[in-house]
Design a protein around this ligand. Structure first.
Ligand code: PMP
Ligand code: GLU
Length: 398
């Protein structure tokens, strides 16, 4: 029996970030030395005190099903984090823990989007948002933010995209893939538009909150007049180098939390018990590790921006957060190395992989076909070597 997948799955694209990472691993397995800048995850090991808490959890037999929305002590630790770090009041019944922030975003979309509802997604966007909206039978509506506007949408653009069918806005700050960070004033501008449209819920993806180079993180949850329509997404993956532990959460009005609880209860049950105990240690423990990793990311950001600006033909943005560089590479479109023609950013990323042995991701998958993404969550040596190889590879294009 050949492809008889559901229409739902046939409509879905695979994750381009994970696909590129897989391709890079395959080349490495063949003995090719690839610098992998495709997938975005901290290269640091999880801090020791967090790992110790997980070992202790196993020894204390925290090995049974956990409550679907997460252990009470974790929800309390998250509520405390939201209060002390963000100044936000959320009760434990307004928090739901999931298997990574990815599931948190998907739960939220599934909970509020009906077939035919429109969901506004500023582009460039994280690859999974439109796909999740399609899974929910909604319609993604893209609002394009160019490199000239620092990849951030304006209130006027948001207003123009809203229709009676608009159900949600997915806003990611600090942003994957661009590294752009919305200031409190910029968020307020968007909020003032949203206040006029009562049906719209904001899914605020703040997973890169702590990887910020411009000061204090501003959250959509800070506006009291909008708070009852805000779903905050966050988790431990990026801040505490815990991508493999799969712990994310939403903080949201209770009716949305209840809806996600129902979905999660039928779909995955509560997240991994051991990982939750580790996450409690992450949130309640010393936060110095977060700052140390942030400083390392900032140093690497300065390095990669400097080196990328030395590559003729690239137009380089200056990221304010996250750990991605998203340069414009369209000056290479139509050029050739004599063997292949670079038609778009996916071709460009493939060229860098096959000729330069550097894995990146083409901007097409992020809704920005003129750009490509490099994750600089890797060592200084890898960054230097990758940019040397990229410079050499693009110099062959005519
Ligand atoms: N949102 C964004 C913007 C991300 O980049 C990621 C990481 N892939 C996630 C959510 C999901 O994070 P997690 O690994 O916790 O599922
Ligand atoms: N946030 C990472 C990325 O964008 C993880 C990959 C994924 O979950 O798609 O590369």
């Amino acid at each position: 029996m050949s492809n008889q997948l559901s229409d739902r799955l046939n409509r879905l694209s695979p994750s381009a970030t994970l696909a590129m990472s897989q391709k890079s691993s395959e080349l490495q397995a063949q003995g090719i030395d690839v610098v992998n800048m495709s997938v975005g995850e901290p290269d640091f090991p999880t801090p020791q005190h967090i790992k110790d808490a997980a070992v202790k959890a196993i020894e204390e037999n925290w090995t049974k099903y956990s409550p679907v929305p997460g252990y009470p002590d974790l929800k309390k630790a998250i509520a405390n984090k939201l209060k002390t770090e963000n100044g936000l009041d959320y009760a434990p019944n307004q928090i739901l823990v999931s298997n990574g922030a990815k599931q948190s975003v998907c739960n939220a979309i599934m909970a509020i989007v009906n077939a035919g509802d429109e969901v506004i997604i500023p582009a460039p966007y994280w690859v999974s948002y439109p796909q999740m909206v399609l899974l929910a039978e909604g319609t993604p509506v893209f609002v394009e933010a160019k490199i000239e506007q620092d990849f951030k949408i304006t209130p006027e653009q948001l207003e123009a995209a809203i229709t009676p069918k608009t159900r949600a806005l997915i806003l990611c700050s600090p942003c994957n893939p661009t590294g752009s960070v919305y200031s409190k004033e910029e968020l307020e501008g968007l909020k003032n538009v949203l206040l006029k449209h009562e049906r719209i819920i904001v899914i605020a993806d703040e997973i890169y909150e702590h990887i910020n180079y411009v000061g204090k993180h501003a959250s959509m949850g800070e506006f009291e007049d909008l708070k009852e329509r805000v779903v905050i997404i966050n988790g431990v993956s990026k801040a505490y180098a815990m991508t493999g532990w799969r712990i994310g959460f939403i903080a949201a009005p209770e009716w949305i939390v209840k809806g996600c609880n129902k979905l999660q209860g039928q779909y995955t049950s509560g997240p991994c018990s051991i990982s939750q105990k580790a996450a409690v240690a992450a949130y309640n423990g010393d936060q110095q590790c977060v700052e140390e990793m942030r400083q390392a990311f900032e140093r690497r950001k300065d390095l990669i921006v400097k080196l990328a600006k030395e590559v003729p033909g690239l137009e380089v943005n200056n990221p304010e957060g996250a750990f991605y560089l998203f340069p414009k590479c369209s000056s290479f479109f139509g050029k050739t190395d004599g063997e292949r023609v670079i038609k778009n950013s996916t071709d460009f990323a493939m060229y860098l992989l096959e000729v330069g042995h550097v894995a990146t991701v083409g901007g097409d998958a992020f809704g920005a076909p003129e750009c490509f993404r490099m994750s600089y969550a890797t060592s200084d040596e890898n960054i230097i070597e990758a940019l040397r190889r990229i410079k050499e590879a693009v110099a062959k294009l005519r």
